[in-house]
Design a protein around this ligand. Structure first.
Ligand SMILES: *Cc1c(COP(=O)(O)O)cnc(C)c1O
Length: 437
């Protein structure tokens, strides 16, 4: 009765039509975000395969959150700095939307340490993690018909942000047999007059690559030739443990303008603190024109930024964290990356073309031809979760079908156990079972 009365009401009808209309719009796939894969979404689906009454502990090599393991805890310096700023009661108010001046200054000094020029606080903006910095970089570069070049395999947040902001995404390949270097020819072939930026993730997620100085220089030269900005995702900055040292892309900022993105999340092992930055590393002011910087500054008024007391702790954290903390984590990651690489390469249906030299993840190729009842990477991950309680990310989530992404930022004993379980899973599903298993 009430329902019928409501339906006679014009206002209700208008509302209903508006709702139906927007649903139709979403259904006819005009909204590309509906089909997008996110890492969190796919990991959730894989987790749901695991039986609740399973006896064995679940081991996740899927999400890159090392804080799940007790060997990856942040430094005392960072904990004490935040405890101090919180209890001082001085940082309960709003911060300026671009970030506290002392925080911007400390980040400018931290980044300048490895650059051939000095950044000032005006070049640095404080963001809610690196994710927020990605979104802001894309928003500020967006214009009608714009496209950006992103790596494949890559980090799906770029596609998600670009799609919401109506920026076209064009993927260039990373070459597995060449240390996952950028296929520079394909970059040139993809770009046109509407290309605004190229994304470089170094050290790399999902590949664990660390690019050489020479390779980064070549990328900068191509960006210059194309007249585009480099978005340098350096959220894993300094997490390098192979032959190449970490070289910040900003080193080449005078060749092509670089937007350097980073955060405390990975190097300090505090992804939950949501403290990141966007730095305009552009010493010759190609991008850094007064009007552009005014626009960027104003854009930050949309956001509140990370909690003020976390921002206020940043100068202490960046200046006082000692090398013992960094070295310890690098050593664990070096060890787990090596045992992951060696363990995976002993499993017949899996191969790792490139030893990881940085970040926390590696790409692994799946050889389906020797597996009797596995259709593809998704099928592999679903069955592995169900049978072995091990979670890994199917390659499609990062743009590489029939590959897998394995996170090695895991306690060494858990990693070994996970590799044992993956090995017995692979043997069980192989055409010719190995009698030793
Ligand atoms: C983890 C990660 C991010 C996001 O970092 P947050 O600071 O947690 O937002 C961005 N880019 C890459 C490549 C990452 O792996």
């Amino acid at each position: 009765m009430v329902q019928q009365q409501l339906q006679k009401n014009d206002y209700y009808q208008d509302m209903k039509e508006a709702a139906i209309l927007s649903n139709q719009e979403l259904n006819n796939c005009e909204d590309k975000t509906q089909n997008m894969i996110t890492i969190k979404g796919i990991i959730g689906l894989i987790m749901s395969q695991i039986d609740d009454d399973n006896q064995r502990a679940v081991i996740s090599l899927g999400m890159g959150d090392p804080t799940a393991y007790s060997c990856f805890t942040t430094s005392h310096v960072a904990e004490e700095a935040v405890a101090h700023t919180l209890s001082s009661a001085k940082y309960n108010g709003y911060a300026p939307t671009q970030g506290l001046p002392q925080t911007r200054m400390a980040i400018a000094d931290y980044l300048s340490h490895d650059l051939p020029y000095k950044l000032t606080m005006d070049d640095v903006f404080v963001t809610s993690g690196c994710t927020n910095a990605i979104d802001i970089a894309l928003c500020i570069l967006a214009r009608p018909n714009a496209n950006i070049l992103v790596p494949r395999p890559g980090f799906p947040i770029y596609q998600l942000c670009a799609t919401f902001r109506h920026i076209e995404v064009r993927q260039f390949n990373l070459v597995p047999t060449k240390g996952w270097e950028v296929d520079l020819d394909s970059v040139q072939a993809l770009a046109d007059e509407n290309t605004v930026a190229i994304v470089v993730i170094n050290p790399g997620n999902p590949c664990g690559n660390v690019y050489s100085y020479q390779h980064l220089l070549r990328i900068a030269e191509i960006a210059k030739k194309l007249g585009i900005v480099v978005i340098a995702d350096e959220v894993y900055g300094h997490l390098a443990f192979g032959k190449n040292p970490f070289v910040p892309m900003g080193t080449f900022g005078s060749i092509a303008p670089v937007l350097t993105l980073g955060s405390l999340s990975k190097r300090w092992l505090v992804p939950g603190w949501r403290l990141g930055w966007l730095a305009v590393t552009d010493p010759t002011c190609i991008f850094k024109q007064p009007k552009v910087m005014e626009r960027l500054k104003k854009f930050f008024d949309i956001y509140g930024g990370p909690p003020t007391f976390v921002q206020a702790a940043v100068p202490q954290i960046l200046e006082k964290t000692d090398n013992v903390f960094f070295d310890k984590n690098i050593n664990i990651l070096k060890q787990t990356s090596e045992s992951c690489f060696e363990g995976i390469n002993k499993i017949p249906c899996l191969s790792c073309p490139q030893k990881p030299e940085g970040s926390m993840a590696v790409m692994v190729k799946l050889n389906l031809s020797i597996l009797k009842d596995i259709n593809d990477d998704i099928d592999f991950c679903f069955k592995l979760a169900k049978e072995e309680s091990v979670v890994i990310l199917p390659g499609v989530a990062v743009g590489m079908k029939d590959w897998l992404r394995i996170t090695f930022a895991v306690e060494p004993a858990s990693l070994e156990e996970a590799i044992r379980r993956i090995n017995s899973f692979c043997h069980r599903h192989a055409y010719q079972p190995d009698r030793n298993i």
